[in-house]
Design a protein around this ligand. Structure first.
Ligand code: ACO
Length: 335
């Protein structure tokens, strides 16, 4: 398959995680759980927690500055900012507007994408098409999450799983054909939102003393059902995008999945018949950081030399919504 030019590629990656490490043992001092349970069921050993007053937009700016510098650009070269987050600084305005302002970008368009853990895959698709349409040169996409603010620290079903972080990429155009983002598939199913949701705080159930007393502003999840759906849609999304691009899984150097649960990743690896050494994992150190998870692990894998110029890299995610998606990239380093 030949993609028409211009190609759109990831020109720079950046990641940021707060310093504070919260270990499983610390959580086990406050809720009825154990390090052993958390590691066996999820693969998570610790997660990062944002400092008081450190907001998603602040973490996003840190990741973005690294991505822009690595792209060999300056902030002034960015002409569109997109953020993906399910834990925005506030409901209004968008986190992207706050990030653009904190970066000192004047009057650039900025908006948020709401696709939970699939946010980075959704942003790749949106950024890709906006660049191809011709109006933009360099698009900054940032997944940023402060899940520690939306987790009920009394609920052992959820509080052990999530962490805070941000991951960013600069998308740019280039004239070389068939490089960068080769294909994307996205999907959603909103017919059962209670699988993973915050019951209150939206227009359907605004905040009242009762919603606060009932902890309805925190994340609730049916872990078992989410697990089943995740394993069903992730493998199918990978197969679909590979077929669309005419690339076989054997040609792919790295499969980079959303870091929610090691058992989900292992199940998908089995379904696809991909060995685990082709799958970077960092959820043991960061937990599930939702929209930040893929750029966080992708940046680490790139830095460690797990893929290079010319390699095929397959990204795949699922999240609340439910949403899901996969992107096939032929990695391109501008020289
Ligand atoms: N410590 C000890 N026991 C626990 C804990 C805990 N932290 N959490 C739950 N349990 C208990 C349950 O209460 C249950 O007890 P019971 O049998 O007496 O009722 C038992 O452990 C088994 O619970 P299950 O839910 O069956 O455990 P499971 O093996 O399914 O693992 C988990 C739970 C880790 C949540 C798993 O289902 C999972 O990872 N699901 C997917 C979640 C996910 O990926 N969410 C993110 C989506 S992405 C996004 O958009 C944010």
């Amino acid at each position: 398959m030949r993609t028409p030019t211009p190609s759109v590629y990831i020109r720079g990656l950046g990641a940021y995680a707060p310093e504070r490490r919260l270990t499983n043992e610390e959580i086990a001092r406050h809720v009825d759980t154990t390090d052993e349970w958390i590691r066996t069921r999820s693969g998570i050993g610790e997660r990062r927690i944002a400092a008081p007053g450190e907001n998603p937009s602040d973490m996003a700016v840190k990741a973005a500055e690294i991505a822009i510098a690595r792209a060999g650009l300056t902030k002034e070269d960015i002409d569109l900012v997109i953020c993906a987050t399910m834990t925005p600084d506030m409901v209004i305005p968008s986190t992207a507007c706050l990030v653009a302002a904190k970066l000192g970008l004047k009057e650039v368009p900025a908006f948020d994408v709401g696709a939970a853990c699939s946010g980075f895959i959704y942003m790749l698709q949106v950024g890709h098409h906006m660049l191809r349409a011709g109006d933009y040169r360099n698009v900054l996409i940032v997944g940023t999450e402060k899940l520690s603010s939306f987790v009920n620290w009394q609920d052992r079903n959820t509080c052990v799983l999530f962490g805070d972080a941000a991951g960013a990429a600069v998308l740019s155009k280039c004239d070389e054909p068939y490089v960068g983002i080769l294909g994307n598939v996205l999907g959603s199913d909103g017919s059962n939102p209670e699988l993973l949701y915050c019951p209150a705080g939206g227009a359907a159930r605004p905040a009242t003393p009762e919603t606060v007393a009932n902890s309805e502003h925190f994340i609730r999840m049916n872990g078992k059902e989410v697990f089943k759906l995740a394993t069903r849609v992730m493998a199918a999304s990978c197969e679909k995008v590979l077929a669309k691009c005419g690339v076989s899984l054997d040609q792919v150097t790295c499969v980079v999945p959303h870091q929610a649960n090691a058992r989900i990743i292992e199940t998908v690896a089995k379904q696809l018949n991909v060995s685990m050494d082709r799958i970077p994992i960092n959820l043991d150190r960061y937990g599930n950081t939702s929209a930040a998870s893929i750029p966080l692990v992708l940046e680490e894998a790139y830095r460690e030399g797990r893929f290079k110029h010319g390699d095929y890299v397959l990204l795949v995610a699922f999240g609340a919504g439910l949403t899901w998606g996969a992107t096939l990239i032929k990695w391109h380093d501008a020289r």
